[in-house]
Design a protein around this ligand. Sequence first.
Ligand code: NAP
Length: 280
Amino acid sequence: MIKTLFLGGGAMASALIGGILRDPNQNNALFVVDPDSSRCAALTNAFPGIRCFPKVSSELMANVDLLIFAVKPQQMYVVTQQVQPYITQIPVALSIAAGVRTDTITRWLHGFPRLVRAMPNTPSLVGAGISAVYATADVDDTARQMVNNLLAHVGDIIWLDKEAKIDAMTAISGSGPAYVFYFLESLQDAAVTLGMSAEQARFIALSLVNGSLKLAQFDNRAFTQLRADITSKGGTTEHALNVFDAAGVKKVIGEAITAALARAVELGNVMDASHPPRHE
Ligand SMILES: NC(=O)c1ccc[n+]([C@@H]2O[C@H](COP(=O)([O-])OP(=O)(O)OC[C@H]3O[C@@H](n4cnc5c(N)ncnc54)[C@H](OP(=O)(O)O)[C@@H]3O)[C@@H](O)[C@H]2O)c1
């Protein structure tokens, strides 16, 4: 059994635990630390078999195979200080805290080097996420596999060779669900303007995006080609796409993602500067 300890039992930890427990072949013994007793009670109710504790102890940290930081970024410093006295024997620690870099966590953990950082996204909450993952050089293949198996329970995984790419993925797939929802909103609004009820417009937007997605997954050709297939010369689609092009929609999407990337880098710097090193 893999002893897996979650620090923080919130939305993301619940999604991961739910995903793990849906797998009949899973071999994790699951432990959680969360100071909120109602959260602990809710977790152990929802997932019989897991154990939840209000704080870290040496007994709990003993023989942990995989430690997971699943707290808010601004709670990371406090949590690292709580586990630091017991961490040296842990094979690998995974952080899903947005924007907190591995060098920052290593510094807060007084030099602990075996870190994996992951950026999941909200569809992970329904098992359909994408996680961007980066491991420091000290993480061995067994530990990588352990992390991979865990995150695979809530969706797809992209391993990255450079940590800076986590910031890029934060801008693309981390924030990405909001871009898709923005498009859904726009479709819904347009359908209402054209006379559909709000309920019909919501149904139409979801069905349209869902169907197009399925077609793109089924048909391996480039997205451009799929688009060309329904864009006949002088037809309705061409008229609509001409308006997109004239407004520079593609360029604006690129600029929006670049702005998100700049903010991700900035937030990483803010987190790094938020607490001074205790040991140089
Ligand atoms: N939700 C997502 O889809 C998503 C996507 C990508 C990345 N993430 C990252 O995942 C992390 C967790 O997000 P979340 O949405 O699961 O947050 P959350 O629901 O707020 O869960 C965090 C939990 O940790 C608890 N906690 C606070 N201090 C603690 C301590 N010292 N030891 C142990 N537990 C402590 C919190 O309790 P209190 O509420 O009492 O403080 C809360 O129950 C964040 O860093 C976020 O950036 C989340």
